[in-house]
Design a protein around this ligand. Structure first.
Ligand code: NAD
Ligand code: DAU
Length: 351
């Protein structure tokens, strides 16, 4: 029974939802949240559970080998759920090496520590690597990514995640380290950093700023509510077969422009603006370099084998998300002050 669990990247968007779910649902587990608190990590995301007796936060960097070794020696983890990563494609185009450092090197450091500290007894241990559907590349108009789809990463971000997946599988085959991997589609929900499409659009619409849509807005993403992803991670952690990969997706494909139009309608309603007001903010800008056309996940394996399915319809999830952002202006103000402004100018000023 995985009793002491290391969750990496638990102060980030998805990680904070996973930490909350584990801390609340498993009071007999000890949850250690390790996070470097980069621009994307925010302890405000976890203020509701910070004083729970089964929760502890540790600040640290997954690429720091001696620190990670010491952490494993101190806590004797039974399980690792690894989410810490550089996660934004546009930033990976600006600064690829940061992605190689954290996503590749950091994952290898964690795998190596697990191998060293578990080597005498792999019984009841599990290293769970949280990955992305972007490792499979880009789809045309038809078809889905399955667990058998060949890897074809095309951005520095997806190449670094693909590389980390390969290291996880290499540790399974070479050292028999008990591992499991999941590859998930685009998440949305509360605490999502406003560099990603949905929270950025909500923030800009609220402030009457242009909503930048790359290219013609024709690219397609498969959106999943973040709490459904956290539930899938819980299911796979407890019931998944060692050595396996599970795809997680929302069965919910949207062209970016259609999604933004839906969001504009919701925002008009919530902000009591005349219908069509927010859509006037939509601005087509220069496309992302190497922009993958379409992602779509076939999550049949996870559904058939472990019984997981998404719980929310997209419109309902999007409304919940908008409500959260409108009720948490302070959170948005904190994360968009300072360094966010520099990133925003660099990313959007010349587009
Ligand atoms: P995020 O950027 O919101 O959070 C990443 C967290 O990792 C932050 O708290 C950050 O401080 C921490 N971190 C970064 N570098 C670190 C380091 N060197 N050491 C320790 N901590 C570090 O990311 P997210 O969107 O929550 O994604 C979490 C994971 O899920 C990532 O591995 C990502 O690849 C994967 N994923 C994300 C999505 C999505 O739609 N967001 C979809 C599928 C998979
Ligand atoms: O598919 C899973 C992946 O989804 C995760 O692995 C990544 O961590 C996560 O960031 C996300 O990647 P995307 O690149 O798909 O997400 P993003 O929100 O950046 O962009 C979604 C789509 O919207 C994409 O087609 C690019 C487009 N876009 C994005 C931004 C930020 C715009 O049109 N305008 C924008 O300003």
């Amino acid at each position: 029974m995985h009793n002491t669990i290391l969750i990496t990247g638990g102060a980030g968007f998805i990680g904070s939802h996973v930490v909350r779910l584990f801390v609340n649902n498993y009071p007999h587990y000890q949850i250690i949240n390790l996070d470097a608190l980069t621009y994307a990590g925010n302890l405000e995301n976890l203020k509701d559970i910070k004083d729970k007796p089964n929760y502890k936060f540790v600040k640290g960097d997954i690429t720091d080998e001696s620190f990670i070794d010491e952490l494993f020696a101190t806590h004797q983890f039974d399980g690792v759920i690894h989410l810490a990563a550089e996660s934004h494609v546009d930033r990976s185009i600006m600064d690829p090496l940061a992605f190689i450092r954290t996503n590749v090197m950091g994952t290898a450091v964690l795998l190596n520590a697990a191998r060293k500290y578990w080597k005498d007894n792999y019984e009841g241990k599990l290293f769970y690597h949280v990955s992305t559907d972007e490792v499979y590349g880009s789809l045309g108009a038809e078809g889905f990514f399955t667990e058998e789809t060949a890897y074809d990463p095309r951005s520095p971000y997806s190449a670094s995640k693909a590389s980390s997946d390969h290291f996880v599988n290499a540790y399974y085959h070479t050292y028999h380290l008990p591992v499991v991997i999941s590859n998930c589609s685009n998440n949305y929900g509360s605490n999502h950093f406003p560099e990603k499409l949905i929270p950025l659009a909500i923030h800009n619409i609220k402030n009457n700023k242009p909503v930048p849509v790359y290219g013609k807005g024709e690219n397609v993403r498969d959106w999943l509510f973040v709490e459904d992803h956290a539930r899938a991670i819980d299911t796979i952690f407890h019931k998944g077969r060692v050595g396996e990969t599970y795809n997680i997706g929302g069965f919910n494909e949207w062209k970016n422009i259609d999604l933004i139009n839906l969001l504009c309608m919701i925002m008009d309603k919530k902000l009591q603006r005349a219908p069509g007001t927010s859509a006037k903010l939509i601005t087509f800008v220069k496309d992302r370099a190497g922009h993958d056309l379409r992602y779509a996940i076939d999550a049949t394996k996870l559904n058939k084998e472990l019984g997981w399915a998404p719980s929310l319809q997209f419109e309902e999830g999007l409304e919940k998300t908008v409500d959260w952002y409108l009720a948490n202006e302070e959170w948005l103000e904190h994360v968009t002050s300072g360094a966010y402004q520099d990133y925003y100018s660099e990313q959007y000023q010349k587009r």
